[in-house]
Design a protein around this ligand. Structure first.
Ligand code: SF4
Length: 230
């Protein structure tokens, strides 16, 4: 039997061989963080947490296996449905719109954020991330918003690096989870409880009552949803 070499493959199936090579090359660049599965990018107002109300350019990267049942961006989960995009063009676009760049997902730490954030910093842009912390922290960040999830807990030392802890409250037990997570962050980390949108009417009174009794916490609302902007 003939050995199944790349040379033989290319002779028999030149087009398929080329596609496989391109795929392999693209996957290599995604692995290195030189390309990212880009779901969408847009200029808007940060609606949540510490920087709410501030104009920022959002880069939404596809890929997440955390699996929150209430997730409002489930279409981000499958990275394969989002085109691998060179970080140079992402950085170029971002720099046109804002000094503040928010990288979100999906779970952006699924990917190596080093090259993207190095490029953004070269342009003197402020780099913010919204992450569950489910994967090791990569990248250079001016602001880390850690939003931990019970079903895939943060890894490594990200609690200590977080500037903001934002716990989504879907039910009463999430307040216990919030305290467990707050025990791990640094003293200066700003603490937020945010109602999960679909149950907001039920949990807002719980959160309001809790924050008044435990004023180290603040309320975060998804103001962009009230403003009807992305
Ligand atoms: S971590 Fe974020 S993107 Fe991933 S499932 Fe949960 S809410 Fe959705």
């Amino acid at each position: 039997m003939l050995p199944f070499t790349m040379e033989l493959l290319s002779a028999l199936f030149p087009y398929a061989y080329l596609c496989a090579m391109v795929d392999e090359n693209v996957m290599g660049l995604v692995d290195k963080g030189q390309m990212l599965p880009l779901m969408e990018e847009f200029y808007t107002i940060q609606g949540e947490g510490y920087h709410k109300g501030t104009a920022a350019y959002f880069i939404r990267v596809g890929g997440c296996d955390v699996g929150c049942h209430w997730c409002d961006v489930k279409e981000s989960w499958n990275a394969e449905t989002h085109p691998p995009t060179g970080i140079d063009s992402i950085i170029e676009n971002a720099a046109k719109y804002s000094d503040t760049i928010v990288v979100t997902g999906g779970e952006p730490l699924t990917w190596d954020m080093g090259p993207l954030t190095a490029g953004l910093k070269q342009r003197n842009l402020q780099t913010h991330i919204e992450t569950s912390g489910a994967y090791p922290l990569t990248g250079i960040w001016d602001w880390i918003c850690l939003s931990p999830k019970k079903n895939k807990l943060p890894v490594g030392d990200i609690h200590k690096a977080a500037h903001e802890l934002k716990v989504i409250v879907y039910n009463k037990h999430d307040l216990i989870f919030a305290e467990e997570q707050a025990a791990k962050v640094s003293e200066n980390c700003v603490l937020y409880l945010q109602p999960e949108w679909s149950v907001r009417e039920k949990v807002v009174p719980l959160i309001v009552d809790y924050v008044m009794k435990h004023p180290k916490w603040k309320v975060s609302l998804q103001t962009h949803k009230y403003l009807n902007i992305p």
